[in-house]
Design a protein around this ligand. Structure first.
Ligand code: AR6
Length: 174
Protein backbone atom coordinates (compact mmCIF):
# COMPACT_ATOMS: atom_id res chain seq x y z
CA UNK A 1 0.00 0.00 0.00
CA UNK A 2 1.20 3.48 -0.82
CA UNK A 3 0.27 6.40 1.42
CA UNK A 4 0.37 9.85 -0.13
CA UNK A 5 -0.44 13.26 1.26
CA UNK A 6 -2.28 15.92 -0.70
CA UNK A 7 -3.00 19.47 0.35
CA UNK A 8 -6.41 20.45 -1.00
CA UNK A 9 -10.10 19.77 -1.23
CA UNK A 10 -11.18 16.15 -0.82
CA UNK A 11 -14.27 16.66 -3.00
CA UNK A 12 -12.00 17.11 -6.05
CA UNK A 13 -10.13 13.83 -5.65
CA UNK A 14 -10.37 11.30 -8.45
CA UNK A 15 -10.35 8.12 -6.42
CA UNK A 16 -12.59 5.09 -6.07
CA UNK A 17 -13.82 6.12 -2.64
CA UNK A 18 -13.83 9.36 -0.69
CA UNK A 19 -14.23 9.07 3.08
CA UNK A 20 -16.62 11.52 4.74
CA UNK A 21 -16.13 12.75 8.31
CA UNK A 22 -19.84 12.45 9.01
CA UNK A 23 -21.95 12.45 12.15
CA UNK A 24 -24.28 9.72 13.40
CA UNK A 25 -27.34 11.27 11.80
CA UNK A 26 -25.87 10.73 8.30
CA UNK A 27 -27.91 13.75 7.28
CA UNK A 28 -25.08 16.19 6.64
CA UNK A 29 -23.32 18.94 8.54
CA UNK A 30 -20.43 21.36 8.16
CA UNK A 31 -16.76 20.81 7.30
CA UNK A 32 -15.94 17.91 4.95
CA UNK A 33 -19.49 16.59 5.32
CA UNK A 34 -21.03 19.86 4.09
CA UNK A 35 -18.55 20.09 1.21
CA UNK A 36 -19.21 16.49 0.07
CA UNK A 37 -23.00 16.93 0.08
CA UNK A 38 -22.76 20.31 -1.67
CA UNK A 39 -20.53 19.12 -4.48
CA UNK A 40 -21.88 15.57 -4.68
CA UNK A 41 -25.49 16.70 -4.99
CA UNK A 42 -28.76 15.30 -3.58
CA UNK A 43 -28.16 11.65 -4.53
CA UNK A 44 -25.83 11.25 -1.53
CA UNK A 45 -28.38 12.59 0.95
CA UNK A 46 -31.08 10.41 -0.62
CA UNK A 47 -28.88 7.33 -0.13
CA UNK A 48 -28.13 8.38 3.46
CA UNK A 49 -31.83 8.74 4.18
CA UNK A 50 -32.40 5.22 2.87
CA UNK A 51 -29.70 3.91 5.19
CA UNK A 52 -31.39 5.70 8.09
CA UNK A 53 -34.69 4.09 7.14
CA UNK A 54 -33.24 0.60 6.71
CA UNK A 55 -30.11 -0.25 8.70
CA UNK A 56 -29.35 2.78 10.86
CA UNK A 57 -32.57 3.97 12.42
CA UNK A 58 -30.62 5.04 15.50
CA UNK A 59 -27.83 6.55 13.46
CA UNK A 60 -24.42 5.24 12.44
CA UNK A 61 -22.44 4.48 15.61
CA UNK A 62 -19.12 6.24 16.23
CA UNK A 63 -16.20 4.31 14.77
CA UNK A 64 -18.27 2.56 12.08
CA UNK A 65 -18.43 3.18 8.32
CA UNK A 66 -20.96 2.74 5.54
CA UNK A 67 -20.88 3.47 1.79
CA UNK A 68 -23.19 5.35 -0.55
CA UNK A 69 -23.01 6.59 -4.09
CA UNK A 70 -20.65 9.53 -4.63
CA UNK A 71 -23.29 11.36 -6.68
CA UNK A 72 -21.58 13.95 -8.86
CA UNK A 73 -18.17 13.70 -7.18
CA UNK A 74 -15.32 12.37 -9.33
CA UNK A 75 -15.32 9.18 -7.24
CA UNK A 76 -17.45 6.03 -7.26
CA UNK A 77 -18.40 5.89 -3.62
CA UNK A 78 -18.50 7.96 -0.45
CA UNK A 79 -17.66 6.01 2.69
CA UNK A 80 -19.26 7.78 5.65
CA UNK A 81 -17.55 7.30 8.99
CA UNK A 82 -18.29 8.91 12.35
CA UNK A 83 -15.27 10.05 14.31
CA UNK A 84 -15.37 10.56 18.07
CA UNK A 85 -15.63 14.06 19.53
CA UNK A 86 -12.27 14.81 21.19
CA UNK A 87 -12.17 14.52 24.98
CA UNK A 88 -9.23 15.61 27.13
CA UNK A 89 -10.47 13.43 30.00
CA UNK A 90 -11.29 10.19 28.18
CA UNK A 91 -9.10 8.31 25.70
CA UNK A 92 -11.21 7.81 22.59
CA UNK A 93 -8.34 7.03 20.24
CA UNK A 94 -9.52 3.43 19.70
CA UNK A 95 -12.76 4.80 18.25
CA UNK A 96 -10.83 7.08 15.92
CA UNK A 97 -8.60 4.19 14.83
CA UNK A 98 -11.75 2.17 14.19
CA UNK A 99 -12.94 4.79 11.67
CA UNK A 100 -9.89 4.10 9.50
CA UNK A 101 -10.04 0.31 9.88
CA UNK A 102 -13.78 0.16 9.17
CA UNK A 103 -13.50 2.52 6.20
CA UNK A 104 -10.82 0.29 4.68
CA UNK A 105 -12.94 -2.79 5.38
CA UNK A 106 -15.87 -1.21 3.54
CA UNK A 107 -13.49 -0.17 0.73
CA UNK A 108 -12.38 -3.81 0.43
CA UNK A 109 -16.00 -4.95 0.24
CA UNK A 110 -16.61 -2.48 -2.57
CA UNK A 111 -13.42 -3.43 -4.38
CA UNK A 112 -12.05 0.11 -4.13
CA UNK A 113 -8.34 0.34 -4.93
CA UNK A 114 -7.88 4.02 -4.08
CA UNK A 115 -9.29 5.82 -1.05
CA UNK A 116 -9.04 9.47 0.03
CA UNK A 117 -9.31 10.23 3.76
CA UNK A 118 -9.74 13.60 5.45
CA UNK A 119 -8.33 14.29 8.93
CA UNK A 120 -11.32 12.64 10.62
CA UNK A 121 -12.30 14.30 13.95
CA UNK A 122 -9.63 17.03 13.60
CA UNK A 123 -12.06 19.83 12.70
CA UNK A 124 -15.42 20.45 14.33
CA UNK A 125 -14.89 17.40 16.59
CA UNK A 126 -11.83 19.10 18.08
CA UNK A 127 -9.08 16.45 17.89
CA UNK A 128 -5.52 17.89 18.06
CA UNK A 129 -4.09 17.56 14.55
CA UNK A 130 -0.80 15.87 15.49
CA UNK A 131 -2.57 13.15 17.48
CA UNK A 132 -5.22 12.71 14.78
CA UNK A 133 -2.45 12.35 12.19
CA UNK A 134 -0.56 9.80 14.28
CA UNK A 135 -3.67 7.66 14.80
CA UNK A 136 -4.66 7.96 11.12
CA UNK A 137 -1.27 6.98 9.72
CA UNK A 138 -0.33 4.25 12.18
CA UNK A 139 -3.79 2.64 11.90
CA UNK A 140 -3.82 2.63 8.10
CA UNK A 141 -0.28 1.20 8.10
CA UNK A 142 -1.32 -1.60 10.44
CA UNK A 143 -4.48 -2.55 8.55
CA UNK A 144 -4.45 -5.44 6.17
CA UNK A 145 -6.35 -4.32 3.05
CA UNK A 146 -6.41 -4.64 -0.72
CA UNK A 147 -6.57 -0.86 -1.06
CA UNK A 148 -3.35 0.05 -2.87
CA UNK A 149 -3.55 3.85 -2.79
CA UNK A 150 -4.43 5.67 0.42
CA UNK A 151 -4.44 9.41 0.10
CA UNK A 152 -4.80 11.77 3.03
CA UNK A 153 -6.26 15.02 1.77
CA UNK A 154 -5.51 17.87 4.14
CA UNK A 155 -7.09 21.27 4.18
CA UNK A 156 -4.43 23.94 4.62
CA UNK A 157 -0.68 24.10 5.08
CA UNK A 158 -0.64 23.37 8.81
CA UNK A 159 -2.59 20.13 8.55
CA UNK A 160 -0.47 19.04 5.60
CA UNK A 161 2.80 19.83 7.44
CA UNK A 162 1.62 17.92 10.51
CA UNK A 163 0.75 14.81 8.50
CA UNK A 164 4.07 15.12 6.63
CA UNK A 165 5.99 15.14 9.92
CA UNK A 166 4.09 12.13 11.25
CA UNK A 167 4.45 10.15 8.02
CA UNK A 168 8.20 10.83 7.97
CA UNK A 169 8.43 9.58 11.54
CA UNK A 170 6.43 6.39 10.86
CA UNK A 171 7.18 5.71 7.21
CA UNK A 172 6.46 1.99 7.60
CA UNK A 173 6.90 -0.45 4.76
CA UNK A 174 5.90 -0.06 1.13
N1 AR6 B 1 -11.39 18.78 2.02
C1 AR6 B 1 -10.46 18.29 2.88
N2 AR6 B 1 -10.45 18.59 4.19
C2 AR6 B 1 -11.42 19.40 4.65
C3 AR6 B 1 -12.43 19.95 3.83
C4 AR6 B 1 -12.39 19.60 2.45
N3 AR6 B 1 -13.30 20.06 1.57
N4 AR6 B 1 -13.25 20.70 4.61
C5 AR6 B 1 -12.78 20.65 5.87
N5 AR6 B 1 -11.66 19.88 5.91
P1 AR6 B 1 -14.50 18.28 9.93
P2 AR6 B 1 -14.81 16.35 12.14
C6 AR6 B 1 -10.80 19.51 7.05
O1 AR6 B 1 -14.98 19.37 10.81
O2 AR6 B 1 -13.85 17.08 13.00
C7 AR6 B 1 -19.54 17.99 10.45
O3 AR6 B 1 -20.52 18.93 10.82
C8 AR6 B 1 -10.93 20.32 8.31
O4 AR6 B 1 -10.15 21.52 8.21
O5 AR6 B 1 -15.01 18.21 8.56
O6 AR6 B 1 -14.73 14.86 12.06
C9 AR6 B 1 -20.05 16.56 10.52
O7 AR6 B 1 -21.41 16.48 10.13
C10 AR6 B 1 -10.37 19.35 9.35
O8 AR6 B 1 -8.95 19.38 9.34
O9 AR6 B 1 -14.78 16.82 10.60
C11 AR6 B 1 -19.87 16.24 11.96
O10 AR6 B 1 -20.93 16.75 12.74
C12 AR6 B 1 -10.82 17.98 8.84
O11 AR6 B 1 -11.18 18.20 7.46
C13 AR6 B 1 -18.59 16.96 12.33
O12 AR6 B 1 -18.50 18.04 11.41
C14 AR6 B 1 -12.02 17.39 9.56
O13 AR6 B 1 -12.92 18.41 9.92
C15 AR6 B 1 -17.38 16.09 12.15
O14 AR6 B 1 -16.25 16.76 12.62
Amino acid sequence: MEITLVQGDITLQEVDAVVNAANSSLLGGGGVDGAIHRRGGPAILAACRELRASRYGRGLPTGQAVATTAGELPARWVIHTVGPVYSASEDRSELLASCFRESLRVADELGAASVAFPAVSAGIFGWPMDDAARIAITTVRATSTRVADVRFVLFGEDAYATFRRVLDRWPGAG
